[in-house]
Design a protein around this ligand. Structure first.
Ligand code: ADP
Ligand code: MG
Length: 506
């Protein structure tokens, strides 16, 4: 029997072998995912600069190609965000798990993976490098041409030059083998929904030189900047505790708790240490492994800590959410509800939703579901996630939901940690606390729906009555005019309108 050969692989090699789990399963999905990752980064960078995002996405075919389903496309995304410091560009773009979004605050990016996957896919499908132009405030700007050294998870810098760029921001150009025919509809849907969840963003899409769509710009208000938070004590697993102790080993237990965690002030720390029956002056670096383990268990289970801070979150908010949905979908009635801030394992989260009626939505016995996580629309794998599960579990018939009224439900979950099912970030995993809050939110909206559908039905009845009345009234007027031998039949419209206004005021 021969011995197996043991080896280790780098993170980029792992994603090269398993690109499906990051959303690059076929040319059409890869085109969509690459666009999504680039737009996500641009929106994050604009929000960090506190400026309304102005993003231009250009997609063009490489010339002289055969007319096949998959073709080589050039994707170019230009933004007015913060830009990146030149020294971070190679690793940020061409090294898996390198990024600026690992802190505890809400962001669209999570893993430090997205843009590198787009480059990696482009590189293996077309052998072309990525081109990055970027300028930060106070710098002149730089240009890079980069590839990924997949086996070693390192950037390869093919070209570098300094620029004289006037505007801050970043332009990224990726060449990849894609299928735009199949992906285009989803890309447009994604851009449209992105401007709903980020109403201050304007996104222009041009395909082969023609401007296909201009989305967004629904609000001048930029979301308040989110704050970076300390971990909540209920998030203290053994690994986190070990890292915090390594950094602050000389601190006394009492001070260590106050400085390392949110929601632990001197009073709470003293109470907690007393409850633990531990010495508050003991240096944490000198604690035994078992003591640290029981400290972690106690931190996670002690019920004297307040809920996590939510200044690290950025919900869309009632006014903005309703306004952008109403503008895009021409809604008739809308209702907003939110729950939170709540927490799951110490991570704060908020769930918010808008229920809307409008003729553009399909008629069904359940509302059409639009899902968002940290302001990113989720368009794939809806059946794998908790949003659809809770949606199906809700008994909409009880709330007067039936096929005569077209209803849609727009749901946004935001958190410092969204528990995604896979690295492609398309559906949210089952987490008891989030599921519970969604269930309560949907029930609340269901009750509202009963009122809304009664209103829609009442106004439909009213409209029918008015049509019937106008018809009869016109006949009477025509008949009376001919009896009185008037040649001209007077108009009845204004009179009917006035009568109905009086009726509905009564
Ligand atoms: P993530 O977005 O999850 O952090 P990415 O691989 O998509 O991971 O991006 C890596 C890093 O590159 C980001 O964290 C960010 O710091 C930087 N970056 C990427 N695109 C841009 C951009 N358009 N503007 C500014 N910074 C960017
Ligand atoms: Mg990203």
């Amino acid at each position: 029997m021969s011995q197996p050969e043991y080896q280790s692989i780098s993170p980029s090699d792992f994603f090269y072998r398993n690109r499906e789990i990051a959303g690059f399963s076929n040319p059409s999905r890869a085109t969509y995912t690459a666009v999504r990752e680039l737009i996500e980064n641009s929106l994050d960078a604009c929000e960090a600069r506190l400026t309304p995002p102005d993003i231009f996405l250009r997609i063009s075919e490489v010339e002289d190609q055969k007319d096949t389903e998959t073709k080589i496309y050039i994707l170019r995304v230009e933004d007015n965000g913060t830009g990146l410091p030149a020294e971070h560009i190679p690793k940020a773009f061409a090294q898996v798990f390198y990024g600026s979004k690992y802190e505890l605050k809400q962001a669209r990016g999570t893993f430090g993976l997205g843009v590198t996957m787009a480059i990696l896919y482009g590189q293996i499908s077309t052998d072309n490098p990525i081109i990055v132009h970027s300028k930060t405030a106070g710098s002149k700007g730089v240009k890079y041409r980069l590839l990924v050294d997949v086996e070693n998870n390192r950037p390869i810098v093919e070209h570098f030059e300094e620029l004289n760029r006037s505007e801050d921001g970043t332009t990224v150009t990726v060449t990849l083998k894609g299928d735009l025919k199949r992906a285009q509809e989803r890309i447009m849907e994604y851009l449209k929904l992105s401007t709903i969840s980020t109403p201050s963003a304007s996104i222009r899409l041009s395909i082969s030189g023609d401007v296909v769509m201009d989305f967004g710009g629904y609000s001048d208000t930029i979301p308040a900047p989110v704050k970076i938070s300390l971990p909540h004590p209920r998030a203290a697993d053994l690994e986190l505790l070990r890292r915090l102790v390594q950094r602050n080993g000389t601190k006394a237990l009492h001070d260590f708790l106050c400085e390392s965690f949110q929601k632990v002030g001197p009073k709470t720390a003293s109470k907690f240490v007393q409850f633990m029956n531990m010495d508050s002056r003991k240096r944490v670096g000198e604690m035994e492994r078992e003591d640290l383990a029981s400290l972690g268990t106690a931190l996670r289970n002690y019920d004297g800590f307040e809920r996590p801070d939510s200044s690290c979150l950025s919900p869309i908010g009632k006014q903005e959410f309703i306004h952008s949905i109403a503008t895009q979908f021409n809604t008739s009635l809308t209702h907003y509800s939110m729950r939170g801030p709540c927490e799951w394992q110490g991570h704060p989260f908020i769930v918010e939703a808008v229920l809307a009626t409008g003729d553009e939505f399909p008629r069904s016995d359940t509302p059409s579901l639009y899902r968002f996580a940290n302001r990113v629309p989720l368009l794939y794998d809806s059946n794998d996630g908790i949003l659809m599960r809770v949606m199906k579990r809700t008994r909409w018939a009880r709330y007067n939901m039936h096929t005569s009224v077209p209803v849609a439900l727009f749901v946004h979950v935001c958190s410092t940690r969204i528990p995604f099912n896979a690295a492609g970030k398309q559906s949210i995993a089952s987490v008891h606390e989030i599921e519970n809050e969604l269930q309560l939110l949907f029930k609340e909206l269901g009750r509202k729906l009963s009122n809304m559908t009664s209103k829609v039905q009442a106004s439909a009845r009213e409209a029918k009555k008015m049509r019937e009345f106008s018809r009869l009234f016109r006949q009477i007027v025509r008949f009376s005019a001919s009896l009185a031998e008037h040649e001209e039949v007077p108009s009845t419209e204004k009179l009917v309108q006035t009568l109905f206004e009086v009726d509905s005021d009564a």
